[in-house]
Write a protein that binds this ligand. Structure first.
Ligand code: NAD
Ligand code: UFG
Length: 347
């Protein structure tokens, strides 16, 4: 199916890539974003990457239920992909109410607006953080959701539950939570990509900012984990593969009723040192690093069993770590300061 889909948070890192993918496939895309962690430049570039695309956007906080209902109605929206929210794990410990308000309150507001507008299909951006510390690997969807290690993680658990309850209350609702593992990479055009505010929390943007000369070295958080080289292992997934999973989920909602949670990963784990080595190869220059203390709250290793998504969505990841770092580097090297101009050009 194609149709009109509303992307909350569609100007953000993953949302903008999902928008590009859906526009390329002929969907009408309506973005709602308050630009609290993104730039409208990403949307301008989408129009450039996909000429003639049916892209509309509204600056709005998703907690404005009334305006959101109006947009859902007036834009003829048939389904929603819900990316909007706050995502910094450490910040969520410092500012839990901001996270519960934006992530839980925002999701409830969105579901109320959808209900009022008669739009009852939703794909939700969840996270592998809902599993808590893994008991067994790879992580299947049957792994228990243990208490998440941060308020951020708990918001993802809560919103999954809210959406499941809503689908149980009325068979007209259809929903899929996609539990992302570690999204990295960028659109192959190099025109859109990840643009974290301030010092990046995540490994790949940090590595890329070192490669581009914005930071002196990567701090590797511990090399004494029970992993092959002692550094943390994660299931990195190319953001374009992740974008494709959203279209597959939207299409699956044509035939599927009720609620389902699905892992979105490659099924392969890579260590911090493997990522640094791959980035050194892609950038053609060794990336300096120093091993430091473990980061509190980090787990040794996570990777997905993605077979349920393969079976139920007909989707699987296609891009390997070398493609992830090559595409991330193309974006970072062409846009060293992300969507902002270099400091010398700023007034
Ligand atoms: P992002 O910050 O780049 O995108 C989120 C977007 O939502 C931003 O454009 C922001 O301006 C917008 N937004 C935030 N609060 C809003 C509000 N109240 N109303 C309207 N817009 C609002 O983050 P991302 O990496 O693209 O993540 C997208 C989703 O995927 C999030 O829900 C995140 O929790 C989830 N997720 C991300 C990762 C990851 O590593 N990036 C991993 C697992 C899950
Ligand atoms: N790491 C470093 N140095 C850095 C940043 C990260 O060594 O500067 C290491 C971490 O210790 C970890 C790996 O690189 O071993 C990946 O770390 P990220 O911060 O990139 O990713 P996380 O797996 O910690 O976090 C991701 C998402 C969160 C989500 C979490 C759930 O970014 O949103 O998975 O486990 F909550």
């Amino acid at each position: 199916m194609t149709g009109n889909v509303l992307l909350t948070g569609g100007a953000g890192y993953i949302g903008s890539h999902a928008a590009a993918w859906l526009l390329e496939k002929g969907w009408g895309v309506v973005v709602v974003d308050d630009f609290s962690n993104s730039s409208p430049v990403a949307l301008e570039r989408l129009a450039e990457i996909v000429p003639g695309a049916d892209l509309r956007w509204h600056e709005l906080d998703i907690r404005e239920t009334g305006r959101l209902t109006e947009i859902l109605r007036s834009e003829g929206v048939e389904a929603v992909v819900h990316f909007a929210g706050l995502k910094a794990v450490g910040e969520s410990v410092e500012r839990p109410l901001a996270y519960y308000s934006a992530n839980v309150g925002g999701s409830v507001s969105l579901l109320q607006a959808m209900d009022a507008a008669g739009v009852r299909r939703i794909v939700f951006s969840s996270s592998c953080t809902v599993y808590g510390e893994p008991e067994t690997l790879p992580l299947t969807e049957e792994h228990p959701r243990r208490r998440a290690s941060s308020p951020y993680g708990r918001t993802k658990q809560m919103v999954e539950d809210v959406i499941e309850d809503v689908t149980r209350s009325d068979p007209a609702w259809r929903a899929i939570s996609l539990r992302y593992f570690n999204p990295v990479g960028a659109h192959p055009s190099g025109r859109i990509g990840e643009d974290p505010a301030g010092i990046p929390n995540n490994l790949m943007p940090y590595v890329m900012q070192v490669a581009v000369g914005r930071r002196p070295f990567v701090a590797v958080y511990g090399d004494d984990y029970p992993t092959p080289d002692g550094t943390g292992v994660r299931d990195y997934i190319h953001v374009v593969d992740l974008a494709a999973a959203h279209e597959a989920a939207l299409t699956a909602l044509d035939d599927r009723t009720g609620y389902r949670a699905l892992n979105v990963g490659t099924g392969k784990g890579h260590s911090v040192l493997e990522v640094i080595e791959a980035a050194s190869r892609a950038t053609g220059t060794p990336i300096p690093y120093k091993v430091v203390e473990r980061r509190p709250g980090d787990v040794a290793a996570t990777w997905a069993d993605p077979s349920r998504a393969r079976e139920e969505l007909g989707w699987q990841a296609e891009r390997d770590l070398d493609a992830m770092v090559a595409d991330h580097w193309r974006w970072q090297s062409a846009n060293p300061y992300g969507y902002a101009p270099p400091p010398s050009d700023q007034a």
